[in-house]
Design a protein around this ligand. Structure first.
Ligand code: F6R
Length: 608
C-alpha cells in the first residue's frame, strides 16, 4: 500500500526511481510524485493518476540528479489530487518526504505547528512530517538530529524516505510497522518499500526493522535504532529472485499471467518437499520447531482476504489429516478480541505479501504469550517471514496483479503439506493426497486448456448485477474466494455462501436476475449439492455449475456446466478456484475494466 523508491549514487536517479515506481504501482495508483536534488537544487514533480502521467511531466533538466525519492499513492487521508500526492515538502522546499502508513496523531501535530506559524497545502497526514523536521531543524545541529526528533513525535505506522537540499549527499529513511528495504549497489544505494523495485539493480538488500533510522550515502548505510537507542548492525542479505517472473511477457495482464502460472505454482510449492514415491513430506522451514509442533493442541490461523479463505481450507485439512482443532480468524478482528490463549496453542499467519498490517498486528499481539508463531508467506524476507519462529514459503514468485490468484493456489498447496506433515503418514488419505499433489499440475493445465470455454460462459453472465457462489466443505472456501474475485475485478456484487445456508436466508434473493455459481465437484455429499441447486432452479435462478469430468447428471441441474478433471475432494477446490478466477477475469475484461488495478484497491495493505 503506497510505494516508495529512492536512489543515491552516480547514475541519473530520476529514471531509476520512475521505473521503480512503475514496478510498485500495484501498491497504489491514485497519484505519484518524485523529488530530486542536483547540486543543492531541488525539483518536484507530482501528478494525480498513474506513473506514466508523472513520467510525462518530468522536466529533462532533472535527469542529472544523483539523488531522488518517489512515491506512488493509495489515498488514506485526502483525495487523490496533485496537492495530496507525495513528496511533501516544507515551505521553502528544502526538505522532501515520502511516506507509507498512517500518522495517527497528525491532527495534534498539525495544530501545534499551525500555532507556530506553519501553513499546510494538503489534507494528508504526511505533510506534518516535513514541517516537523523543519521545526526541529531550528534547534538541531544536523538534519539527522532533526529527523530523529520528528520521528519521536510520530504515532502510528510509517516507512519514510527524506532528502534535503542542505545535505544533498544523503538520503534518510525510517520505519515503524511499514516495510522498507535498502538495495546495496556499487557506489550507490536504493531504497524501496518492496524488494521488487530493487531487483533490476541489485539482489543485495538490507531490511530495516521497526524504529530503525538509516542515513544512506552512495558508499555507506548507517542504521540507528530509536527504541534501543544505539547503532544497529543490519547485515546485507542476498535475495534469490528471478527478474523475469516480474515481467508480463506475452500476456495482456498480470492477472491472466498469474492464473496461467497455476501448474508451475503447484510444482514449485511442492518441489523438494513432497516425494510420493517415498511417502515423504519434508518441510525444511518447520524443522527447527519439530519438538514444539508435537505439543500443539490448538492452532489459530490469522489472515485477511484471499489468504483468509486459504486459511479456511487449511482448517478443514489440518483438522481432517492431523486431528488438531483449528480456528481461522480474520486478523483485523483477532487483534481486538480478548480470548484465552494457552501456550500449547500455535498461531499461523498466512500472507502473500508478508506485510499486511492486520496480520502483523495479530502476530504482535501474541508476542509475549510464549506461543509458537508460524507463517505461510510468499514474499521472501518480508516482515511476517522475519517475525515468525518458523514457516513455509509459498515460492509462487512475485504476484503483481492486485487480485490474488496464484498465491491462493500456492497457499492451499502449502497448507496441504503442513496438514500432511502434522498428520499420520501411515494413513490411506495421506498417501492418496501425496499422490494427487504429484498429479495436480497436469490437471491444473487441463483447466487452463478450457479457458476459451470458460470465457464463452463468462460472457453470457457478464451483464448480471448480482451473483451467488455456493459450495460445501472444501468447496465452501472456494465459493467465498470465487465471489471475492468477481466483485474485486468486475465490480459485480457477489456473495459466497455455504450451500446448506441458502435456505436460511439467501434464497430470498433468488429470481431470474440472480444467477448462482455452484461448485458441485465429486464428494461424498454430492447429492446434497444437487438438492441445493434444485432449490435455486425452482426459484428460476440461473445456475452455472462446476462439476467433475464425466458427471453427465449435472446437466439436468444446471444451465451451464464447466468441467474440471477428477481429483480428490481435498484437492479439487484448487481446480474449481482456477475456474472462478478465469470466470471473474473474462467478465472484467469484457467490461473493459483495468483488471490488474481494480478501483479503490491496492496490493499489500500496510495500514490497519
Ligand atoms: C484479494 C486479495 C486480498 C489479499 C489480502 C491479504 O484478491 O488479494 O484480499 O488476500 O489483502 O493480503 P496478504 O495475503 O498479502 O496478507
Amino acid at each position: 500500500m503506497c510505494g516508495i523508491v529512492g536512489y543515491i549514487g552516480n547514475r541519473s536517479a530520476t529514471p531509476i526511481v520512475v521505473k521503480g515506481l512503475r514496478s510498485l504501482e500495484y501498491r497504489g495508483y491514485d497519484s505519484a510524485g518524485i523529488a530530486c536534488i542536483d547540486d543543492g537544487q531541488a525539483q518536484l514533480f507530482k501528478q494525480s493518476g498513474r506513473v506514466d502521467k508523472l513520467e510525462a511531466s518530468i522536466d529533462k533538466s532533472s535527469l542529472n540528479a544523483p539523488l531522488a525519492i518517489g512515491h506512488t499513492r493509495w489515498a488514506t487521508h485526502g483525495l487523490p489530487t496533485t496537492f495530496n500526492s507525495h513528496p511533501h515538502s516544507n515551505a521553502d522546499r528544502t526538505v522532501f518526504v515520502v511516506h507509507n502508513g498512517i500518522i495517527e496523531n497528525y491532527q495534534d501535530i498539525k495544530t501545534k505547528l499551525q500555532g507556530e506559524g506553519y501553513t499546510f497545502v494538503s489534507e494528508t497526514d504526511t505533510e506534518v512530517i516535513p514541517h516537523l523536521i523543519d521545526y526541529y531543524l531550528k534547534s538541531s545541529k544536523s538534519f539527522e538530529e532533526a529527523f530523529k526528533k520528528a520521528l519521536r513525535d510520530l504515532g502510528g505506522a510509517y516507512a519514510i524516505a527524506a532528502i534535503t537540499t542542505k545535505e544533498p549527499g544523503k538520503m534518510f529513511a525510517a520505519r515503524l510497522s511499514s516495510p522498507l528495504v535498502i538495495g546495496v549497489g556499487k557506489n550507490e544505494h536504493l531504497l524501496a518499500s518492496d524488494p521488487t523495485a530493487l531487483m533490476e539493480h541489485t539482489k543485495k538488500v538490507i531490511f530495516l526493522d521497526d524504529y530503525d533510522v538509516a542515513v544512506i550515502t552512495n558508499k555507506k548505510v548507517a542504521v540507528h535504532n530509536l527504541k534501543k537507542g544505539k547503532i544497529a548492525e543490519r547485515k546485507a542479505e542476498l535475495l534469490d529472485y528471478d527478474n523475469q517472473e516480474a515481467l508480463l511477457g506475452d500476456y495482456p495482464t498480470f492477472m491472466l499471467k498469474e492464473i496461467f502460472e497455476a501448474p508451475a505454482t503447484i510444482r514449485s510449492a511442492t518441489l523438494g518437499r513432497t516425494i510420493a514415491s517415498k511417502n515423504l513430506v519434508k518441510l525444511g522451514g518447520l524443522e527447527s520447531v519439530t519438538s514444539q509442533l508435537e505439543y500443539i493442541d490448538r492452532l489459530v490461523i490469522v489472515a485477511c482476504g484471499t489468504s483468509y479463505y486459504a486459511g479456511l481450507v487449511g482448517e478443514y485439512l489440518i483438522e481432517e489429516l492431523a486431528g488438531i482443532p483449528v480456528e481461522v480468524q480474520l486478523a483485523s478482528e483477532f487483534k481486538y478480541r480478548n480470548e484465552p490463549f494457552s501456550r500449547s496453542t500455535a498461531i499461523l499467519a498466512i500472507s502473500q505479501s508478508g506485510e499486511t498490517a492486520d496480520t502483523i498486528a495479530a502476530l504482535k499481539k501474541v508476542e509475549d504469550y510464549g506461543v509458537l508463531r508460524l507463517g505461510v508467506v510468499n514474499a521472501v524476507g518480508s516482515t511476517i517471514s522475519r517475525i515468525t519462529d518458523a514457516g513455509v514459503y509459498c515460492h509462487a514468485g512475485p504476484e503483481q496483479a492486485v487480485a490474488s490468484t496464484k498465491a491462493f493456489i500456492a497457499q492451499v498447496t502449502v497448507l496441504m503439506q503442513i496438514a500432511l506433515r502434522l498428520g499420520d503418514s501411515g494413513s490411506k488419505q495421506y498417501k492418496a493426497i501425496l499422490k494427487e499433489l504429484d498429479a495436480l499440475p497436469a490437471k491444473a493445465q487441463e483447466v487452463l486448456d478450457q479457458a476459451e470455454e470458460i470465457k464463452r460462459i463468462a460472457l453470457k453472465y457478464k451483464d448480471y448485477r448480482d451473483f451467488l457462489f455456493i459450495g460445501r466443505t472444501y468447496s465452501y472456501p472456494a465459493a467465498l474466494e470465487g465471489a471475492l474475485k468477481l466483485k474485486e475485478v468486475s465490480y459485480i456484487h457477489a456473495e459466497g455462501y455455504a450451500s446448506g445456508e441458502m435456505k436460511h436466508g439467501p434464497l430470498a434473493m433468488i429470481d431470474e436476475n440472480f444467477p448462482t455459481f455452484a461448485i458441485a465437484t465429486n464428494s461424498p455429499i454430492l447429492s446434497k449439492a444437487y438438492s441445493n441447486i434444485q432449490e435455486i432452479r425452482a426459484r428460476k435462478g440461473p445456475v452455472v455449475a462446476i462439476a467433475t469430468k464425466g458427471n453427465k447428471a449435472i446437466k439436468k441441474h444446471a444451465d451451464d456446466v464447466i468441467y474440471v478433471p477428477d481429483s480428490l475432494e481435498q484437492t479439487s477446490l484448487i481446480l474449481s478456484t482456477m475456474v472462478t478466477q478465469l470466470f471473474a477475469y473474462y467478465i472484467a475484461e469484457a467490461k473493459g475494466l483495468n483488471v490488474d488495478r481494480p478501483r479503490n484497491l491496492a496490493k499489500s495493505v500496510t495500514v490497519e
